[in-house]
Design a protein around this ligand. Sequence first.
Ligand code: SF4
Length: 409
Amino acid sequence: MSENTKILEVKDLHVDFLSYGAENHVIRDANYYVNKGEVMAIVGESGSGKSVLTQTTVRLTPGIISQGQILFEGKDLAHMTEKQLEEVRGRDISIIFQDAMTALNPTMRIGEQITEVLMKHFVFTKAEMEQFTDELLAAVKTQDPDAALAAWLTEYFRPNEKQMALWASQLKPLLSGADPRSAVIGWIKTTGNMTKERAKETAIDLLKMIKISDPEKRLRQYIFQFSGGMRQRIMVAIALACRPKLLIADEPTTALDVTIKAEVLNMIIQLVRELNSAIILITHDLGIVASYADRIGVMYAGEFVETGTSDEIFYQSQHPYTRGLLKSIPRLDTDSNEDLKAIEGTPPNVTRMPKGCPFHPRCECAMEICRQQAPALTTLSDTHAVRCWLQDPRAAEVRKKFGYEEVQP
Ligand code: SF4
């Protein structure tokens, strides 16, 4: 369940790509946030900018951030150095990519690929051990010691439930001892620091969690020895190995056949909920979104055209593109003999964006103003916003003609 604490907040983000000397504004004015424990879905046709936006969130694309902020727990990822970003990627924010066959390394055993991320993020230098210890000693003086200890363990060591209880019981007496600083540093060296044995045990636990049988044998195998569904599960295991605070699942089931799609997706959502992490689910499948998302952002041609809660998007959508997407999927409450309605035309090429609203060449409600000037974002409620001239009071006649509910912006 969402806790209404923003873990990620992207503000006014503009991303440009250089191509043949020209600057293409691929992402324009993106604003979105994800609360702790929430499933935020980003939907839109292929080429709408969903993957570019979310991969740029962790600066994995060569796009140039010309404007905006990417605040993760208050820190701006847009201005972090590559070294600082390496600490965040895989540990605090991880990604399940679309195609496991290309995302995983075919020359490394599965076990090495899972343990690599654990060894990278949980083996600490002397300076880090001293810094963590000083932070803990300061926190227990000013906060409830048990809560401070739990928060500290979660932040730096990501224990599971069993480890949390054990480690807290080991650390508590050290904090009230004669030399707590040396004692806590000693504990990190011997217990907090990841060892190869513990990384292997964690990898085995992860394979069990994703329901892969005979995990010890499987860890020694290569990716070509796994089926498509199993490869995708291995990606899930790697992405969740560090118990990240935010998981980006980029079309995580597209490469799978329909019989195991739901199974893998259910597993991802369930595991993320167990970890109390947040998830950004990128998909073009509105059926998936309806089942899992708390909030939805609809993207078209590199910008959010509508954002809202699941109910607002499914039952009170106001943007013609969102409505078009909804009409193109089968629903239980529509006549089964009725043809599904596709949105005519194709999304624009980013190198040749139309003037005005980018959707106007395909929009059944387009007015003259739509061809001249891009609409601004209109806020309809605390959670619902739409980028469309239909929200202008002068568009009342057009709204009526196309059966839109009156909305008071
Ligand atoms: Fe259609 Fe105009 Fe709204 Fe764009 S601004 S979606 S063209 S009505």
